[in-house]
Structure formats: C-alpha cells, structure tokens
Design a protein around this ligand. Structure first.
Ligand SMILES: Nc1nc2c(ncn2[C@@H]2O[C@H](COP(=O)(O)OP(=O)(O)OP(=O)(O)O)[C@@H](O)[C@H]2O)c(=O)[nH]1
Ligand SMILES: [Mg+2]
Length: 331
C-alpha cells in the first residue's frame, strides 16, 4: 500500500509541477502546501520545476513589527506590475497576516493587487516549529520562480540576528525602519551595513524621518562592506507610494551590481551550499537516530551526564555505530 501511495504522490507531484510551470495559479497554491507540509512527493515536485531555467530576482523585506513591510511590498508590487512584471510575495510569520491584518483593512488599495493574476501572495507561519522553516521558505521561493514570477518579495520580521534566516533566500535585502527606530539603529551601528543592501525609513510622513535618515547614513558609512558598495538610505511613505520608485530603483541598481560583478552567481552558490549542508546535516541526524534506535541518544546522554564518558567519546561511539566514522578517525 505504501508503495502504491508513494507512486500516486509522485504522479500527482509531476502533474502539479507541469501545471505550475504552465502558470496555473491554483496549482502553485497547492504545490506550496505540499512543500510547506513536507507531504509525500514534495521532492519530485521541486525536481519537476528545477529544470525550468527560470531566474527570478528575490528581494527580502525585513524590519521590526509594524514597520510597514507588507505595505511596502504591496507598493513595490504595484510599481513592478506597472512595467508588466509578475510579482510573487511570501510573508513569513507575519504578526499581522496579509489575510485579515492591516492590509486587508485597506481594501481600496489592496483590491487591485488581490484581483491581479500577475500578483501572487502567500503567508507562511512558523507554527512554533522552529527548525525547518528557512528550508521550506527556500523551496517555496523556488516554486514561485519555476512558476514564472520574475520578481519575488520575501517579507520577514526582524533585523539582522533576530531575523529567522529567511533573508538568506534573497538576492537583495531591504531593511524597513520607521522614524521611531532610532534605538535599533543606535544598537547596531556599524553592523547595520552588513544586514541590508537598501535602507528605507518608512512612514516618512511622521516627524523624525529625516533625522533618522541622517543617522542611518552615518551608521551605514561606518561599516566596511566586502562589496565596497555603501547601501543607499531612502525615505518613503508606503501608504501613499511616495518614494517607492526610488526604492525600486535602488533594488534594481543592487541587482545590476550583483549581476555585473558575478557576485550573483557567488551568492547563488553560497546559498545552495548552505541549503545542501543543512539537508545533509538533517539526513545524517535522522540516520543516526535510526541506527541508535529508540532512546539511543538519551542513553548516551545519561552516560555523559553520569560522568562515564565525555560528550566527545559518546558522540564518536554514535558516529562509529552509524557508520559515519570508521573508528580510528577523530570525531
Ligand atoms: N503613516 C504611515 N503609516 C504606514 C505607512 N506604511 C504603513 N503604514 C501603516 O502601518 C501599519 C502596519 O503596516 P504593515 O504594512 O502591516 O506593517 P508590517 O511591517 O508588514 O507589519 P508586520 O507584518 O505585522 O510586522 C498599517 O496600519 C499601515 O497602514 C506609512 O508610510 N505611513
Ligand atoms: Mg506584514
């Protein structure tokens, strides 16, 4: 039965991949669910779209809760739609979801996007799962790319170290702040230049925006970036669209600088390597769990806690037992 179910899942995955590739939005929505929940066939589904040769530009929008990331994403999507591009948006663990949050309250502005076939919006929740989310996000972005979206926007809450690692899926990272973000800027100072490629002080209709722009320019100027490029700092009002064209231009300028310097290829390879290592690490751990059997790790842990072996000795025993080490190597 399991084998038959597996074959069925593979056939469904193949047909879903084909329909995604042909631009069917309902198929993409289903495919994302399959990948997100790691359902049977999800690997075949990804493999089915991997050969499309399509390349999207991926823009991450990070920033503190309520900074206006979704509004900014919507405004950028509108801008790119204006030049005929198709845009997919994925919001990771939004504190105010796209479906029912602040944005849908603003029906007039969002309605055109929601009805537009050229825009696809999806939210992903961590569901307290912790691990595995970043991997699933990469996969979802790959599905969107394979489905023909040339622009992908990834919204994620957090700044720098507090962000879930989702920004690693982006080619260009935009950090959205507000005039009230002075303390965050102060705390990160020179480190800021490394966390983002474009800085946006959103809600520039509020007092203090220009002071923060100056403060940010100083902080960003302090950091030395490997690329030698100093990230631009821009002011915007996402709700009215003011400054959005300049943000889009800055994203485009970054995209071009990446492509021109071959840094884009290096970024893709580094991203692939990180994903590959995460996958191999997870598979190794699953393998060792199987080999060690029920409670194998717990038993080894008891031995370590009881002082009868060091962590290193116990780890080496597990790795040797699992056939990962031959026994005469150093773990
Ligand atoms: N005054 C002003 N309000 C804005 C601006 N941009 C967004 N807002 C409002 O700020 C609130 C939060 O906007 P969102 O786009 O949901 O912010 P977010 O960063 O996506 O929020 P989370 O996903 O919950 O972290 C909404 O009420 C927006 O209408 C702006 O430029 N000016
Ligand atoms: Mg949001």
């Amino acid at each position: 039965m399991a084998a038959v179910a597996g074959q069925g899942a593979r056939a469904v995955a193949r047909s879903l991949a084909e329909r995604c590739g042909a631009g069917e939005r309902a198929a993409l929505a289903r495919a994302i669910s399959v990948v997100e929940d790691r359902r049977p066939g999800f690997r075949e589904l990804l493999a089915g779209l991997a050969g499309s040769g399509r390349r999207a530009h991926r823009t991450g929008i990070t920033g503190p809760p309520g900074a206006g990331k979704s509004t900014l994403a919507a405004a950028l999507a509108g801008h790119w739609r204006g030049s005929g591009e198709e845009v997919a948006i994925v919001a990771v663990d939004p504190t105010s979801p796209w479906s029912g949050g602040a944005l849908l309250g603003d029906r007039v502005r969002m309605a055109p996007l929601q009805l537009d076939r050229g825009v696809f919006i999806r939210s992903m929740a961590t569901r307290g799962a912790g691990g595995g989310l970043a991997e699933a996000v990469h996969d979802v972005v790959d599905l969107m790319e394979g489905s023909g979206f040339g622009r992908i926007l990834l919204e994620t809450v957090g700044v720098g170290q507090t962000e879930l690692g989702v920004a690693a899926a982006a080619d260009t990272v935009v950090l959205a702040l507000t005039p009230e973000s002075g303390d965050e800027v102060q705390a990160m100072k020179a480190g800021l230049a490394e966390v983002s490629d474009v800085f946006v002080v959103n809600k520039a209709d509020r007092p203090g925006a220009h002071a923060l722009v100056r403060q940010l320019r100083d902080a960003v100027g302090l950091g030395r970036r490997r690329s030698g490029r100093t990230p631009p700092v821009l002011a915007a009002v996402a709700t009215t669209g003011e400054g959005i064209a300049a943000v889009a231009d800055a994203i485009e300028e970054h995209r071009r600088s990446l492509a021109g310097s071959r840094a884009l290829e290096a970024l893709r390879i580094a991203r692939a390597e990180a994903r590959l290592r995460a996958e191999v690490r997870a598979a190794l751990e699953a393998h060792l769990d199987r080999v060690a059997g029920d409670g194998g790790f717990a038993e080894a842990a008891r031995i370590v806690a009881g002082g009868r072996a060091t962590v290193y000795e116990a780890a080496k025993r597990l790795l040797t037992g699992g056939g990962i080490l031959s026994g005469d190597e150093d773990a």
